[in-house]
Design a protein around this ligand. Sequence first.
Ligand SMILES: Cc1cc2nc3c(=O)[nH]c(=O)nc-3n(C[C@H](O)[C@H](O)[C@H](O)COP(=O)(O)O)c2cc1C
Length: 390
Amino acid sequence: MPGNSFGKLLRVTTFGESHGAAVGAVIDGVPAGLPLDSSDIQYELSFRRPGHHLVSPRREEDKVEILSGVFNGRTTGAPIAIIVRNTDVDSSYYEELKFTPRPGHADLPYIIRYGFENWDYRGGGRASGRETVARVAAGAIAKKLLAALDVWIAGCVRSIGDVEVADDVGFEDALHSRCSPVRSCSKKYEAAFISVIESAVREGDSYGAIVEVFVKNPPAGLGEPVFDKIKADLAKAIMSIPGAVGFEIGLGFRYARAKGSVVMDEIVIQNSRVGWRYNYSGGVLGGITTGEPIVMRCAFKPTSSIKKPQKTVDMRTLEERTIVVKGRHDPCIGVRAVAVVEAMTALVIADHAMRSGFLPLVKIPSDMVSTISSRWRWYRGVCMDMEESQ
Ligand SMILES: Cc1cc2nc3c(=O)[nH]c(=O)nc-3n(C[C@H](O)[C@H](O)[C@H](O)COP(=O)(O)O)c2cc1C
């Protein structure tokens, strides 16, 4: 399998390259009856879209077109094909780079694997962050399906460079990070994040970031033993995002430095039900959801394309050369990646919810349709002012 598809019962295939005609997704397995129109997808894409001074200057409208699988405002059970045309494409600069692969990019591995003559060198081609438009579009449908179960996913930026949010944050903070241009987990840290990013822009440099994501109200019992553990599927989904370099769930790497007696996840009665006192495990034990919130973090590397000289090799002469990568780039990938992390999380949770019988496979019953619609109205209301201004 070439690896362009993802998921078992809710299956997504993405297609398209950075400077090709369009990027898009085919989403198969969505049950009939889900109310859906392009504005639902457009809403999610607005949180990934480039176009302000703290992210890539590439100006893409990211206008969604639904080509199939939706009739009279409802899904039909057929595959849903979505495209977003690439409109602000400038490939001229990449001609210069054709023989000098960019450090930190997929260029050289793609040349080795597919051959020079078959490589789309324009803007990173298939490996570009642009491919993630398709993931966010597919994730919007998964999120809407999950509204049936009152399951919600929200992510935010926890750190940029050395600036790290020290306070405890949770789902509500992450949800409201949608109102922040840098997806800050905390209003208190937003200005510091902005100033770090502005310094990167001034210096032609970039910063890494940590994105935190929360799943609210996950049903207990999602996940399949043993290789399709939900933490394994989540890790794979999130680590497949371009630029992702680290994944942790719950205390994650902090567990490795701890003493067992200090990080015991005690089982207690709280709010009249059996639960975990601290949820150190991040909502998953034995690869199965516990019903506690799922909490994950993903590290993103600093953008590789910076305006500083970088060494590479001219593949024609096999001599070392120094290049300065131009083009339009994000000073911090993590900011726009939040929407992608949310989307990948939603796809995994929705797929497992179908596999475990929490969501219907064929048709959504009418009472569930109205529940989805009213809950979705609430969700779309978050940061309404911002949506209108975009
Ligand atoms: C939303 C998003 C935007 C990105 N923007 C850029 C960018 O402007 N410049 C860049 O060098 N990398 C960018 N990346 C990361 C590259 O696509 C990625 O580093 C590259 O394809 C190599 O893959 P790897 O880092 O996963 O090994 C972006 C990633 C995402 C998810």
